[in-house]
Design a protein around this ligand. Structure first.
Ligand SMILES: NC(=O)C1=CN([C@@H]2O[C@H](COP(=O)(O)OP(=O)(O)OC[C@H]3O[C@@H](n4cnc5c(N)ncnc54)[C@H](O)[C@@H]3O)[C@@H](O)[C@H]2O)C=CC1
Ligand SMILES: O=C(O)CCC(=O)C(=O)O
Length: 447
């Protein structure tokens, strides 16, 4: 088996040698899915995985815009249309200076499996730009978004490809992007998700990724007769996913000890309660400040510069910032301090070695493609509401989100339970996500 996986990975490496994040994501899937393919005749010998690692289409384009000083700026825009076997391409847009083909291809590849797990009819895609929103004025953000959509619009559509937000793309950016799409296409359609509530957005979409990650962790804890009540939780990030993960943890009786951004982390031993979290939301979403500004209002907290929060003892860890933010030594520190559950809110935040350490210790570990799928699932629900020209209540959407996270958990158990009863959620998510897409690809022939 090892030689089959190696031969496959060698081939992928030959074609994408310089794309380390993409190769990392492919390797994790290949190691769990190739053994399944070999055992199942219907998938064997059809090169399905080899077809799945090749994007159906990669779009790269120039984005020119004028900054507040009147200077012409040039950025690079991308959209990776990875796989449309089970529905229109669906996945977020990331605006961050680190954005490149490798990062977007890894995200698009993960998205294919994640979207399949949601049970909704969505293919996988991802896009973005190396544009850095940090320090830009609202007008600069608007001009950039309009310029970006000035090219992207010809490649997307409500039945073709439906982008949404990711790092650096929130409600403000979706508004500007939608405004330009509507103007150029002369039509009001559900071409983006994460829209404002008065113009086609879905209730609970802003909360969905964070809430969904906590609902998934709740399901994992239930298998051990545990819950969030009284548990200490270490969260990284302080953006959309981290904020609403923290909110749901608090609602379920947990204690949130940390939040972070790329400058470092804050540790509040008294707990970041609802009032303090509202202050973080104001700092991050309105003032767009750095996380250490928290100490101006809550001086008892500690700011640890340039580090991630995994050295803080906790029962549950939720990495909600970015890829490869939790390394093997971090995993070991978490385990040593008694962590029993890790639920990824971000995409691929744990390195391969960190995941291996969690598996070796047989703790509960949920990969992002399973635990953070609530965001895109609720985007799927936004698409449905747009098609119906109807709006569900907050409780209706939240209850559908809970059901979907429960179903994803069941799929992971179905495909990921080892002989000794330990659930390998990575294998479970990869195989369950693969089966639905592979069946559709087989039915549609070689296209
Ligand atoms: N927004 C969504 O619906 C979904 C987001 N995700 C993933 O969740 C993660 C966070 O995304 P959002 O909260 O939406 O973005 P955001 O832009 O709202 O927040 C990103 C957070 O990550 C931090 N961050 C970014 N780069 C960092 C670095 N190099 N080191 C430390 N912290 C860093 C930022 O300071 C910020 O707190 C990403 O991995 C994203 O792909 C996954 C599923 C859906
Ligand atoms: O809601 C969406 O379409 C995208 C969410 C996303 O980018 C993700 O799941 O990583």
């Amino acid at each position: 088996m090892k030689s089959k996986v190696k031969a496959f990975l060698d081939l992928v490496k030959e074609r994408n040698g310089h794309e380390s994040e993409f190769l990392q994501a492919v390797e994790e899937v290949a190691e769990t899915v190739i053994p399944y393919i070999v055992e199942n005749d219907i998938y064997y010998g059809k090169n399905i995985l080899l077809r799945m690692v090749e994007p159906e289409r990669v779009i790269m384009f120039r984005v020119c815009w004028v900054d507040d000083a009147g200077e012409i700026q040039v950025n690079r825009g991308y959209r990776i249309q990875m796989n449309s076997a089970i529905g229109p391409y669906k996945g977020g847009l990331r605006f961050h200076p680190t954005v490149n083909l490798s990062i977007l291809k890894f995200l698009a590849f993960e998205q294919v499996f994640k979207n399949s797990l949601t049970t909704l009819p969505m293919g996988g895609g991802k896009g973005g730009s190396d544009f850095d929103p940090k320090g830009k004025s609202d007008n600069e953000i608007m001009r950039f978004c309009h310029a970006f959509m000035g090219e992207l619009f010809r490649h997307i559509g409500h039945n073709t490809d439906v982008p949404a937000g990711d790092i650096g793309v929130g409600a403000r950016e979706i508004g500007f992007l939608f405004g330009m799409y509507k103007k150029i296409s002369n039509g009001f359609t559900g071409v983006l998700t994460g829209k404002g509530m008065s113009w086609g957005g879905s209730l609970i979409r802003p909360e969905a990724t964070g809430y969904g990650t906590v609902y998934f962790a709740q399901k994992m804890l239930e298998t051990k007769g545990q819950d969030f009540e009284g548990k200490s939780v270490v969260i990284s990030g302080s953006g959309n996913v981290a904020q609403y993960a923290a909110e749901k943890v608090l609602q379920l009786g947990g204690k949130v000890l940390t939040l972070s951004d790329s400058s470092g982390y804050i540790y509040d031993a008294d707990g970041i309660n609802a009032e303090k979290l509202a202050h973080v939301m104001e700092l991050k979403n309105v003032k767009r400040a750095r996380i250490n500004a928290y100490l101006d209002t809550y001086p008892n907290a500690k700011f640890v510069k340039g580090k991630t929060p995994w050295e803080i003892g906790c029962d549950i860890a939720m990495p909600c910032a970015t890829q490869n933010e939790l390394h093997e030594n971090d995993a070991e520190a978490l385990l040593k301090n008694g962590c029993i559950c890790v639920a990824e809110g971000a995409n691929m935040p744990s390195t391969k070695e960190a995941v291996a350490a969690f598996h070796k210790a047989k703790i509960l570990f949920a990969p992002g493609k399973a635990s953070n799928a609530g965001g895109v699932a609720t985007s799927g629900l936004e698409m449905t509401q747009n098609s119906l020209r109807f709006k569900w209540t907050r409780d209706e959407v939240d209850s559908k989100l809970k059901d979907i996270m429960g179903d994803i958990h069941k799929s992971c158990i179905e495909y990921g339970t080892d002989d000794d009863g330990y659930v390998d959620y990575v294998r479970g998510a990869n195989i369950a996500g693969f089966v639905k897409v592979a069946d559709a690809m087989l039915a549609q022939g070689v296209v």
